[in-house]
Design a protein around this ligand. Sequence first.
Ligand SMILES: N[C@@H](CCC(=O)N[C@@H](CS)C(=O)NCC(=O)O)C(=O)O
Length: 190
Amino acid sequence: MTEYKLYYFNGKGRAEVIRLIFAAAGQKYQDIRFEREQWPELKPKTPLGNVPVLEVVQNGKSFKFGQSLSIARYVARKFSLAGRGDEEQAEVEMYGDQVQDLFLELLKIRFEVNEARKNELRKKFQEETLPNSLRVLDGKVAKNGSGYLVASGLTWADLFLFYVLDWLDRRVRSNPRIADWLERRPVTEL
Ligand SMILES: N[C@@H](CCC(=O)N[C@@H](CS)C(=O)NCC(=O)O)C(=O)O
């Protein structure tokens, strides 16, 4: 039996896409989370000095590796969430990398400390980067008929896109007036 152990801080960050892939695959794994104070001791034990790290234990042997998207691709391949055939897999990689570009922009905005620069980055993201990317990705979903980015069905690129859109959604949800309305509005089916 193969055991999977995912190491990351106690947050979504760069590990969440991997957790979503495990969840979609219905695959058990250990979701090992630690606090900032534990990091200095753990850092030297990681292959690249950063996390996420996935440990795969098989036949008594342990294999550990890092880089969130390398892990995402590996797990997706194992559990048939990477697309079918070389060409479709290449397409999935392309969408996954495109979503990564969006994700890295979001991280840049999130961690920018200069307020003026932060607003500038946010404006460009909202007015250019995001709509341009979504136009392409949405168009692809509409065209191929599966309801997902590629014709064969759900892949890690969809899960990654879902995570990034969920991040944006949460920003809107946490607006106090929107949060208040969501709390008060009547519950209806649609
Ligand atoms: N490109 C890497 C970046 C990894 C990375 O920067 N991880 C951060 C957490 S999100 C980290 O380990 N920071 C602590 C450190 O570098 O000491 C990936 O996608 O996994």
